[in-house]
Design a protein around this ligand. Structure first.
Ligand SMILES: NC(=O)c1ccc[n+]([C@@H]2O[C@H](COP(=O)([O-])OP(=O)(O)OC[C@H]3O[C@@H](n4cnc5c(N)ncnc54)[C@H](OP(=O)(O)O)[C@@H]3O)[C@@H](O)[C@H]2O)c1
Length: 222
């Protein structure tokens, strides 16, 4: 029987790249907000669609109810609401934290029995912004600092589960296109990390033999 993996936000961007690399030898659940957003990648990989809005606690409980054993959980889904402290509203802060922190904590909590059963691996897709905060990035960076703290605590609480925080710099995805548009600059995807490069680092962490615990990976564009 193949190991199982759940990748959130796997219908596009980095999540789709990670799902592609895992699908070779894992049964993969493809997370995304809607059935439409996960359909193409699920079909391409022969994987199982797992559409659920991660910020909907009831939906999350229902969607995780049948997961008995889980080898790999990749928390990849995320949002980036950028703006100065003066411009970011309370709604922006709540939106960012709901998706980037609270949903991760709740999904992990619901899946802990399944992860423990499999001696599983939790991968947290963080960011360079989880290590340093720049102007206009307060809400996003604060959410990623919180995500790092969550991972550090989880790692110590659950000795049978490996927890890896991955901190990539800018990646060539829809999220980066929107960020660059917000900065009023023109987009050149070749300046950024490719999805495949970051996905390979995630795959490498997962493939690390069990005597080692890859706790943190930092990748910057050259
Ligand atoms: N792009 C970068 O430069 C960069 C750099 C460092 C770290 N990261 C991190 O890498 C991760 C992936 O980023 P990306 O660039 O691939 O982003 P993206 O292209 O914007 O894709 C975001 C993904 O998250 C999913 N998602 C967002 N909110 C969700 C919710 N409430 N419920 C379920 N799914 C939700 C989206 O689902 P739908 O397709 O259904 O909308 C989509 O699949 C994020 O955690 C991001 O913070 C990105």
């Amino acid at each position: 029987m193949s190991p199982t993996a759940l990748v959130t936000g796997a219908g596009r961007g980095l999540g789709a790249g990670i799902a592609r690399l895992l699908a070779a030898d894992h049964d993969v659940l493809i997370g995304g907000t809607t059935a439409d957003s996960v359909a193409a990648v699920s079909e391409e990989l022969g994987a199982t669609p797992w559409p659920v809005d991660l910020t909907d606690a009831d939906a999350l409980r229902t969607a995780t109810a049948d997961v008995d054993s889980l080898d790999v959980l990749v928390h990849n889904a995320g949002v980036a609401d950028l703006g100065t402290v003066e411009d970011l509203t309370l709604a922006d802060w709540r939106h960012t934290f709901e998706a980037n922190v609270f949903a991760v904590a709740e999904l992990t909590r619901l899946l802990l029995p399944a992860l423990r059963r499999a001696h599983g691996h939790v991968v947290l897709i963080n960011s360079g912004a989880g290590l340093r905060a720049n102007p206009r990035w307060s809400a996003y960076a604060a959410s990623k600092f919180a995500l790092r703290a969550f991972g550090d605590a989880l790692r110590q609480e659950e000795p049978d589960i490996r927890v890896t925080s991955v901190h990539p710099g800018r990646i060539d995805t829809d999220m980066q296109r929107a960020i660059v548009a917000g900065e009023g600059k023109s987009y050149d995807g070749s300046q950024y990390l490719s999805v495949d490069t970051v996905a390979r680092a995630v795959r490498h962490a997962i493939d690390t033999p069990a005597d080692a615990h890859p706790t943190e990976i930092v990748l910057r564009p050259r």
